[in-house]
Design a protein around this ligand. Structure first.
Ligand code: ZN
Length: 332
């Protein structure tokens, strides 16, 4: 049996016009019917109110079934035919604001705080003595800060991390998040901050999430991103017991969204393809009391990764992916 999908279905709509009965004839009939019914309905409504004692029980359904004041044929026909409703009338359309346009929807994360930690500082190269000073990270002692890496053409990791951090701040602030940077190019300090101070800034801000932005510097051919999660450590002023689990959730969100927005793959040289690595040797994680991760966005020493890291468009995608991960973690 042949079935032609291009054939239109037979007219079944109740509103379709019958060819042997013009529309004005049908409407005239309805108007007459409504005119005849209106007094009976009005009488019934009055009777119901009287017998009901005029209570104000909100649970009762509305009783008015006929537009008493309206003599419009169109309104009467719509009501009588059941094909219309009060809300379909232009004069009674709902004016209630949509939840999507309310202030709460526009700023879903108002009141939340995120600390962004741009890795390193462009001035660190000129302050090696200062940044080599040892600081206490609870479990150990470590250099105050490091210079970070560069691409083969000299683009500094510190420049990259600051640029992505500023883009990330803009995305989050647009959602109402209060954003604190551990240091800012707008009023850059000569070097640092030290890693213990970077952690302290997140702790003192009682941040809901902290992300330290970096790029890696390993041999060419090693590609992709990875997110570093805090290991469970305890020693001195370091105790990560309470942040291990939420930090993992934060890191997983960021890794998934970063892969989606940038198209980058998880690192092919560590993390077994998960894009997640746990470390116990980073002061910035060990000293944190807030959910915190590092992200190594790519390998600056690999030409293909470097081509991405030096692209402003790619860095915007990177910031968007990190932001999406944070927003997801915060439930926004
Ligand atoms: Zn770094």
């Amino acid at each position: 049996m042949r079935y032609d999908e291009s054939s239109p279905p037979p007219p079944e709509s109740a509103s379709s016009v019958s060819p042997d009965r013009p529309w004005y004839t049908r409407r005239s009939t309805l108007v007459v019917a409504v005119a005849a019914l209106a007094p009976a309905c009005l009488a019934g409504w009055v009777l119901t109110e009287v017998l009901g004692g005029g209570t104000t029980d909100d649970s009762r359904p509305p009783r008015i079934v006929m537009p008493l004041a309206s003599t419009s044929p169109a309104a009467a026909a719509a009501s009588a035919s059941g094909s219309g409703s009060a809300s379909a009338s232009p004069g009674t359309a709902s004016a209630a604001p949509s939840a999507a346009t309310g202030p709460a929807a526009a700023k879903p994360l108002a009141g939340r705080t995120v600390v962004i930690d741009p890795g390193h500082n462009p001035g660190n190269f000129k302050h090696t003595t200062e940044i080599d000073r040892q600081v206490d990270i609870g479990t150990n002692r470590k250099e105050c800060d490091t210079t970070g890496t560069t691409t083969n053409s000299g683009y500094m990791e510190a420049e990259f991390s600051m640029d992505v951090s500023q883009r990330l701040r803009a995305v989050l602030e647009a959602k109402g998040v209060k954003v604190v940077l551990t240091h800012d190019a707008a009023k850059e300090r000569p070097f640092g901050p030290c890693i213990d101070e970077r952690a302290r800034i997140g702790n003192e801000a009682t941040a809901d999430a902290v992300v330290s932005v970096h790029a890696d510097g390993v041999s060419a051919g090693n590609r992709g991103f990875h997110v570093i999660l805090p290991a469970r450590v305890r020693g001195g002023s370091a105790d990560t017991a309470k942040i291990v689990e939420p930090s993992r959730r934060l890191g997983e969100r960021i890794a998934g969204n970063f892969a989606r927005t940038t198209g980058s793959a998880p690192a092919n040289y560590l993390g077994s393809g998960t894009g997640l690595v746990v470390r116990d040797d980073l002061g910035g994680l060990n000293l944190s009391t807030r959910p915190k991760v590092f992200i190594e966005c790519g390998n600056m020493r690999d030409a293909k990764d470097a081509a991405q890291l030096t692209s402003p468009e790619w860095r915007q995608k990177a910031a968007q992916g990190i932001a999406d991960g944070i927003v997801g973690f915060l439930g926004g």
